[in-house]
Design a binder for this molecule. Sequence first.
Ligand code: MEV
Length: 430
Amino acid sequence: MDATPKSSRIAGFHKLDIAGRIDSVARFAQLDAAEKAHLADTGNLPPELADHMIENVVGTLNIPVGIATNLRIDGCDRLVPMATEESSVVAAVCNAARQCYDSGGFTTSMSGMLMIAQVQLTGVSDPQHARLRILEREAEIRELCNACDPVLVRLGGGFRELEVRVIDTIAGPMVIVHLIVDTRDAMGANAVNTMAERLAPHLAQWTGATSRLRILSNLADRRVARARCTWKLADIGGESVRDGMLAAYHFAEADPYRAATHNKGIMNGISAVVLATGNDTRAVEAGAHAYAARKGRYGSLSTWEASADGDLVGVLEMPMAVGLIGGATRVHPTARLALKILGVDTAEQLARVIVAVGLAQNFSAMKALATSGIQKGHMALHAQNIAMMAGATGPEVDLLARVLVAKGSVRMDTAEAELAALRAATAGGT
Ligand code: MEV
C-alpha cells in the first residue's frame, strides 16, 4: 500500500496529452494496464476531437443510441435516434407511435425561435424611470445587438424585442433587461450572451446602475414547441384504459410529487433526442421544469383529455432551445449522423420532432402505469443488464434474462446462481 497521501493538486494536468493524463489518473487511482487501455479507447469519437470539446479529457463514455420507429410527424415519417442508458425508453416511443400511426400521428407547431438574454442592473434609485429610459433606446439597442452578429442578421435572425422589468428582491428593486433575439438554427447561447455582455456597459451608463449578470435565460418561453395527438379508443384498449390514463394525468396536474415523475417520463424521451443530436440536455431540462412551474405551482407539462368521440387526446407544450449549429451538433460525428437520420433541415423541425417524442413517451408511461404497471416491460430489459453484470456473455445474456424473468426474480444473487447452473448444465451436456 502506497503510504504517500494522495493529492488532487496535479500541476499542469490540463497541459498533458490524453495519454499523460491517463497515466496521472492511473497513479492516483491505481488503475491497471487494462483499465488504462479501456480509457484510451475512445470508440467512434476521435480522441483529438474529444480533447477539444472539454477540458482534462481522459476518455469517452459510450451511451447506446436506439432508433424510435413508427413516428409520423406532420405527415412525414421519421426515424428518431435516441441516446439513453435507460431500458424501455426507446420501446415506449415506438409503441406509442404505433398506436397513433394509422390515425395520423403527431401534429406539431412552434411559438417562435426567440431566445432571451438577461442583463441585471442594481443600485438604481429610480427603477421605474430607468426602465423607460432604457425602453426609449430600443433602436440603439437593436443596432448594438445586431452589430455583434452580422452573420445571424444576414440569415434573417437578430434582435427582435426589448423588455425591461423591475423586480423586487430581498436586496431591493432591480432592473432586468431582456434582449429577445431570433437565433435561427442555432440554440443561440453564444449569440445572446455576447449581445448581453456588449450591451451591459451602455445600460449601466444610461441608468447610473451597476450592471451585473449578463446571461441567457433557460426559461425559453418564446421558443415553445407544441405537439398534439389523438389516440383512437379502439387502438388503446377501450374506455377503462383511457380513463385510467386520464386519472394519471389528473393526479400529476394536482400533485407536484407525481408531476415530477410524470415530467421525468416526458424528459426520458426529450433528453434522449437532445443528447443524440449533440444539443444541451441541461438547458432543455432547466427550461422544461421552470415552464412546468410557471403558474406558481409545479405541474404537468402535458395535458390529456377525451375528445367528443371518446378518443384520448394529448398535448405537450414546452420550451425547446435546440439547434443544428453550434455546441456539439456539428462537431460530434454521431450527432451529425443522428441529424442526417432524422432528416431535419431546421432547428424548428428538430424541436418539433423532439416534443412529439416527449408526448409519445408520456403516453406509454401513463398507459403502462394505468394498466399492467411498468415493471413487467421494464424487467425484461433490466434482466439483460443484470445478466451481463452477473458475467453472462453472448447467447447466455438472453437465456439468463429469460430465466430471471420467468422466476420473477431479477436480482444479482439469482443471476449469479442461475448463470452457474446454466454453465454447469452446458458443461455437463458436452
Ligand atoms: C421512468 O423512467 C419514468 C416513469 O416513472 C414516468 C412516469 O411515472 O410517468 C415511468
